[in-house]
Design a protein around this ligand. Sequence first.
Ligand code: UDP
Length: 340
Amino acid sequence: MGTILVTGGAGYIGSHVCLAVAEAGHDVVVVDNLVNGSATAVERVGELTGASIELHVVDVTDRAALDRALDAHDVDAAIHLAGLKSVGESMAEPLRYYDVNINAAISLIGALERHGVFRLVFSSSATVYGEPDGVPIPETARRRSINPYGRTKQLQEDLFFDVAAADPRWHIGLLRYFNPVGAHPSGRIGEDPAGTPNNLMPYLMQVAVGRRDDLTVFGDDYPTPDGTCIRDYLHVVDLADGHVAALDALDDVAGCRPWNLGTGEGYSVLEVIGAASRAIGRPVPHEVGPRRPGDVPELVADVTRAQNELGWRAERDLAAMCADHWRWQQQNPDGYRVGA
Ligand code: UDP
């Protein structure tokens, strides 16, 4: 048991990671600039776990501030989730994405080294695989991301590989997330996207709760059984548990090691809408629109390596993902905003 620094710990995935890490018996320190996260999320993780979780409102790219946060705690390992994460935004503002995401990684590595911390788990993404040669996708597949966001993940991975190759003190796990959805079953923490959601599940849930009009299905002419894209959706609580499993495995990692986190099963957009409609108890209105540029027909994880090396596997099915996401959305129709 030790103290774990979680960058981006006030965000959707970050808050669930903090909860899992705290439940595993570690002390948790959060660094987050709150641009896309909420102090309320951190407070609620504290309530749910009974742990006292310190939040430093700090931008990870601010090296002096990051040093001060690390000076204040005896950190054993870091989980790095802070960063910009919208594919569409990254195509419109590539420079901002490279600037923030790459500088955050450089700043964090430097600060950790200065504080003698050489254990790191990094939030990477299946988007690094771009359009794969086949599914399921193993970690050994070529990385060829097709958008700036994905390339910033790929570049950060490269940076971590190089740093670990140069200094044997480092142990780094790269977690390539497939499609995280759902929420903690308490309904107290969940996804609260700023502005219009880009992703399927939060958009769908905001339609169901009456915040938005019809959901658009982006294309039904893909080479899949029902013509809509297939993704590997996994419950955010399973994903969070994967971070604890990765922390536990780090000491056995020589250098830097990637692991896919998914269920290994794919569902189409229409199948997700069907499952969500069953969880909600009524149909979610939707219409078919044109394809979204950059979408690939099918992304499904090969999860063998995570099972073998982390002893981790996703346990929650699509029905649980939808039910838990819906509970959060119903209990917090406006997310973490005051009065919600
Ligand atoms: N999608 C959709 N309508 C939406 C949002 C997403 O049909 O409003 C589709 C999208 O085309 C993709 C799938 O849902 O096939 C998952 O998209 P998401 O953005 O959630 O994740 P991605 O796999 O793109 O990271």
